[in-house]
Write a protein that binds this ligand. Structure first.
Ligand SMILES: [Zn+2]
Length: 316
């Protein structure tokens, strides 16, 4: 709800517009949420808003292996069992044992399913480790990590295969100008890719933790947008946003583990040799061979090493 006199919004006003029956505490939290989002909105239109809870309204309870959330309605307090994934259970456990603090929560419906989003705050202790790890994202290997003399290749073959399959399908549909259908396929692929990126980013951060890494460096990739406006653009930006998503996930998982994240300038990372010589011809696909000193290495690993060294400096 976006009322012209929103700043004067009260729970009385809210009730006039809402068919839902909630106690004033829930209504007030929802109004606070709407007010905080108002700054970015220009249109004075009515919008659907989901109901919000603060940490006093919403209670999380664990019974056996299952979690239940309860919130108040005008009639009574209702408890709802929730479906959880293992990583979500880890966070719920931290809320229950007090190592993380529960913030505001939002109950919402998306594609016929109800979700509860809970914000949480917790302390992160910076790590004292000083090793720097470089992570290069790419098509042949979704990511290559390098720290000191250790490295690991994270296979992206299957990811690339699925992306290609969707890209081909999208091209065919594109010729028929069925953008809507393209977007639908895009969403399905998005969910699949997101899941993959979650797994790979977790593996990368675990690799960093196992090797005493205090800093992760990645390339600052620009010109990335998630939603394409045409079929042609959808194909082109497809890889770009998948990489961007992976980098974002690595960054926040790293920061949550107390690892600092630094962004480096991507220029020349794939062309530079450890001897200092750089030219485009040093790289042929997956092979890197220096034209000057003859040094050979897997091109993606060379990229990761150069990112760790930040050879082109840091991104602004
Ligand atoms: Zn060289």
């Amino acid at each position: 709800m976006n009322h012209p006199k929103l700043n004067q919004a009260t729970s009385k006003l809210f009730k006039a517009f809402s068919s839902q029956r909630f106690p004033s505490a829930v209504v007030n939290q929802t109004i606070r949420e709407v007010k905080s989002q108002k700054k970015n909105q220009k249109a004075k239109t009515f919008q659907k808003r989901w109901c919000c809870f603060n940490n006093q309204n919403l209670k999380i309870v664990k019974k056996g292996d299952f979690y239940t959330v309860s919130f108040p309605t005008l009639e009574k307090r209702i408890g709802v069992p929730v479906v959880t994934r293992p990583y979500q259970e880890a966070w719920l456990n931290r809320l229950l044992d007090g190592t993380a603090k529960q913030g505001a929560a939002k109950l919402y419906k998306k594609r016929k399913k109800w979700y509860l989003a809970i914000s949480i705050t917790f302390e992160v202790k910076p790590r004292h480790e000083t090793k720097v790890m470089g992570v290069d994202v790419g098509l042949r290997y979704i990511a290559v990590a390098s720290v000191g003399t250790k490295s690991r290749f994270f296979k992206g073959n299957r990811c690339a295969f699925v992306r290609r399959r969707y890209a081909a399908l999208r091209r065919r549909l594109g010729q028929a100008k069925k953008l809507q259908m393209i977007r639908k396929i895009g969403r399905k692929e998005s969910r699949w890719m997101k899941d993959q990126n979650h797994k790979i980013s977790r593996q990368i951060v675990n690799f960093a933790l196992a090797n005493g890494v205090g800093v992760i460096r990645m390339e600052e990739l620009t010109g990335i947008r998630k939603r394409a406006t045409s079929a042609k653009e959808a194909g082109r930006s497809l890889h770009a946003w998948a990489f961007h998503q992976l980098q974002t996930m690595i960054a926040y998982k790293a920061e949550m583990a107390g690892i600092r994240v630094e962004w480096v300038n991507p220029t020349y990372t794939s062309q530079a040799c450890k001897c200092g010589h750089r030219e485009k011809g040093n790289r042929h696909g997956i092979h890197f061979q220096c034209k000057k000193c003859g040094y050979t290495i897997h091109a993606d690993l060379n990229g990761a090493i150069n990112i760790a060294k930040a050879i082109s400096g840091f991104a602004v």
